[in-house]
Design a binder for this molecule. Structure first.
Ligand code: NOJ
Ligand code: CA
Length: 531
């Protein structure tokens, strides 16, 4: 089979290190724990999930105000997670299994405990003052402008620092001061961080809030926000033109190494604006997350429209990304739980959609077993933004620590762990895990799914159907989003009379010859049919 860039055809699996696997009983996931679970991710056989890469959310030293997205040292490992030697071993062990490793790069802000910020805040005239964004209060003591923190609980993204009587900017928590990317020394220091990890052998980076870094150097007010949010391009606190210069600089640096990549977290929902992050000459991000799926209702029409709108603005040569869950949003299993049997069936349909569309799929840990959000009682809440439920421990088995830990887990184990876990699903051919494994290994063997063309077919209400094609290989994917039988009228769509059912989300439906005029689907069923 021809090969393309690995990050275009591979499946990428996100690990939230704190919650994946604890190795020493302290209740906190760690790097040795991840190493011990690599065989689950890819042991080279279809008994494993078969992913091509992992993305590790931050494991750096951090006071954990934002669970690692407040970094106090970019070039080390938090002792909770292990050591740099453990990291090197993780890269070695992953690479041995053909798994690439992406690390999280958090360039917009540091921790307020980072030595750079400690120095910056210590005097108005010190050498690192200009590394952050400092401004005098208004005449009445008010903050410098009307911007708002991303976290509603924070509100004003400016904190007055009594030591020097100026405000500093923090787009997120007060413990996450924004770096001043207009300062060339900041750029040079952060480029060194990229080099540090590249030299250690990482295959690339997930770039945190890649659309933020640059903002209006004059810090002018945002215009009043219309109900429904800002239209694209009018905010002054993010998505500023200079950010593209910064991303081009990252890209040039990465291009100096062999076969590395960057995927940006670009929190922009307007696809036309989002795709600018690939760069006019495809010289910025290799991939830019498209978060549209996180906000779609469970509707064939909504997902189809989202895919088509995105594809219609995607520049020639740029490549889509799809994702249904991550550490910042309720898990897909819970978002789309219509209750009863439909909830699990929808999870299966979502899996088939994610792994058959034209684009790079990102899977969030636990998604492969249909792990729902955990229950987090008020006295165990640790996140300022309500994201604890999607960060509960990976459910490896039905024991008290879910196989995640022998100790007290830092976050309660979800009550579903007793039945929804890897051990229970591993040997069950009808399980969600078995479906994921089949889908991923099927995808690995299929040029049409990995890089073939995409064409949506039909407009049957409740059905999302498309054809993926590469050379002789032609696959029809039909996804029934409704809890009732449906059929796709193949004859009016010019499809052949018969095909071969390769895979159904319904474990009771065996592969084999199948009629497509019409193609009949069960309630909440998805199928892949070879034409
Ligand atoms: C996006 C990350 O995904 C989120 O978890 C974090 O809180 C913010 N960026 C700030 O770093
Ligand atoms: Ca641990």
């Amino acid at each position: 089979m021809a090969t393309g860039d690995w990050w275009r055809h591979g499946v990428i699996y996100q690990i939230y290190p704190r919650s994946f696997q604890d190795s020493n009983g302290d209740g906190i996931g760690d790097l040795p724990g991840i190493i011990s679970r690599l065989d689950h991710l890819n042991d080279g056989t279809p008994d494993s999930l078969g992913v091509d890469a992992i993305w590790l959310s931050p494991f750096y030293p951090s006071p954990m105000a934002d669970f690692g997205y407040d970094v106090s040292d970019y070039c080390d490992v938090h002792p909770d997670y292990g050591t740099l030697a453990d990291f090197d071993e993780l890269v070695r062990q992953a690479h041995r299994r053909g798994i690439r490793v992406l690390v999280d790069f958090v360039p917009n802000h540091t921790s307020d405990q980072h030595p750079w910020f400690r120095e910056s805040r210590s005097s108005r005239t010190g050498p690192r003052r200009g590394w952050y964004v400092w401004r005098d209060p208004g005449a009445d003591g008010s903050p410098p402008n009307n911007w708002r923190s991303y976290f509603p609980a924070v509100g004003v993204p400016w904190t007055l620092d009594p030591a020097t009587g100026q405000y500093y900017l923090h787009s997120f928590l007060p413990q996450q001061p924004d770096l001043n990317w207009w300062n060339p020394e900041v750029r040079a220091a952060m480029h060194d961080v990229l080099r540090f990890w590249l030299e250690r052998g990482v295959d690339g980076f997930r770039i945190d809030v890649a659309h933020k870094m640059a903002r209006d150097p004059e810090l002018r007010d945002n215009p009043p926000e219309p109900s429904g949010g800002f239209p694209a391009g009018v905010r002054r606190d993010e998505d500023w033109p200079e950010v593209h210069v910064i991303l081009r600089e990252f890209r040039r640096l990465l291009d100096g190494y062999d076969d590395r990549m960057a995927v940006g977290e670009v929190g922009i929902y307007d696809p036309a604006r989002l795709v600018r992050y690939f760069g006019d000459a495809l010289d910025e991000l290799h991939l830019a997350f498209n978060f549209a799926f996180l906000v779609q209702p469970w509707s064939a029409e909504a997902f189809r429209a989202s895919v088509e709108r995105y594809q219609s603005v995607l520049p020639e040569g740029a490549w889509p990304v799809y994702t249904l869950s991550n550490h910042d949003n309720p898990r897909a299993r819970s978002r789309y739980d219509g209750g009863g049997a439909s909830g699990e069936r929808r999870t299966r349909v979502g899996a088939m959609m994610l792994l058959t569309l034209r684009g790079t799929p990102f899977l969030y840990y636990g998604e492969e077993i249909g792990q729902p959000d955990g229950e987090v009682p008020p006295d165990r809440v640790v996140d300022v933004h309500g994201r604890d439920p999607e960060r509960t421990p990976m459910q490896w088995d039905g024991g008290p620590g879910a196989g995640f830990t022998g100790g007290d887990p830092w976050m309660p184990v979800g009550s579903a762990a007793r039945s929804v876990n890897v051990a229970a699903q591993r040997a069950d051919p009808a399980s969600i895990l078995s479906l994921y494994r089949r889908l991923i290994w099927y995808r690995r063997s299929s040029a049409a799914l990995r890089w073939g063309s995409y064409e949506s077919v039909g407009r049957t209400p409740g059905l999302f159907a498309f054809v993926r094609e590469c050379g002789e290989e032609r696959l029809l994917v039909a996804l029934n989003f409704r809890d009732e039988p449906a059929h796709l009228d193949g004859s009016s769509l010019g499809l052949p009379h018969r095909g071969r059912l390769e895979l159904s989300t319904d474990p009771d439906r065996a592969p084999g010859a199948i009629g497509i005029q019409p193609l009949r689907l069960g309630p909440d069923e998805g199928v892949i049919v070879r034409l």
